[in-house]
Design a protein around this ligand. Sequence first.
Ligand code: SF4
Ligand SMILES: [Zn+2]
Length: 355
Amino acid sequence: MEIQNLMQEIRENALDKMEKRSPKDLAACWSGEDILYSGKGNAIFIVLPTQGCAWALSGSGGCTMCSYVADSPLENVDADELIDIFKNSIGRQEIKEKTVVKIFVSGSFLNPDEVPIKARNEILKFLKNEEYVEEVVVESRPEFITAEVLKECCESLGNKIFEIGIGLETSIDYTREEKINKGFSREDFEWAVKTIRTTTLDCNVKAKAYLFVKPILTSEKIAIEEAVKSAEYAESVGVSRISFCPATIHKDTLMELLWKGGSYQPPWIWSIMEIIKQVRTSLNIPIIMDTAGFGSRRGPYNCKKCNSRLKSMIIESNLNQSIPEDFECECKDKWRTEIEFCDITRSTTNLVRKK
Ligand code: SF4
Ligand SMILES: [Zn+2]
């Protein structure tokens, strides 16, 4: 496939440029307020440095917007080292009442080649014994979600909530295949969600869909429509929660190349507000809008006067699951113009310059 050849070339160049860093240097851990299935609580985020996303390192070159593989040590990190890093990281955080632990591996937690089975089980057993941990959230591509793996995880984690986030990105197969190079179909996603929902287990396994807002070669207007349709689709398939990831420009990706060439721009924050309004009206499950990179040069952006205010409103709306109040700023008319004319001009970048 054309896109895979291109991605492979971009990825190889990026990997050549990478500075090698040790697994311990790449680990990260922080905490903050978050929304749990039981209401507001605390989240502990842990980044575990595994050898890197198998999809990105395969001949496919990986996804067009993602550079997570550049945050990997690109070497085999054995089970004992991963367990050690995990325990050290979480040991530095206070585990408060009502805590969710979110583990990021920049790939698939359920792929035994990325997270060895011994490490996966030890980490989950550790969390089983933490009284205040209510939920554990991991990420995985659908091909690693099997009844057997879920059973093993549940044996280790006991009866806590175990949420698996799947990067569906969009409900439209053409976009996922040709614009994102994700390498799996709706059918694969549906099969994985069904496996999660139908495997009889003692613990409470749930599926979450990650949806990407504004892939490359997508106009502002279509990005809004596609995000809303994708959320409706994910709910209908049976996910318990949705997390939107509005585009930010990662280094050494196809998205960055197009952005530098003036052929791509991350979404307006007004578009993000519009998506929140629509999905909070039509859907019944919790929806989180990631605000990473908001207001920065490489992220969703309106204007200097309203970026921070809108970001705070979105964070608040995540915690309360509420629809943000209407808000006006002089830049909103530029966004309206963009929405009105982007399809006539077939523009996938911004018609009006943001300041
Ligand atoms: S988005 Fe996920 S599957 Fe795609 S390259 Fe990045 S880590 Fe791998
Ligand atoms: Zn503004």
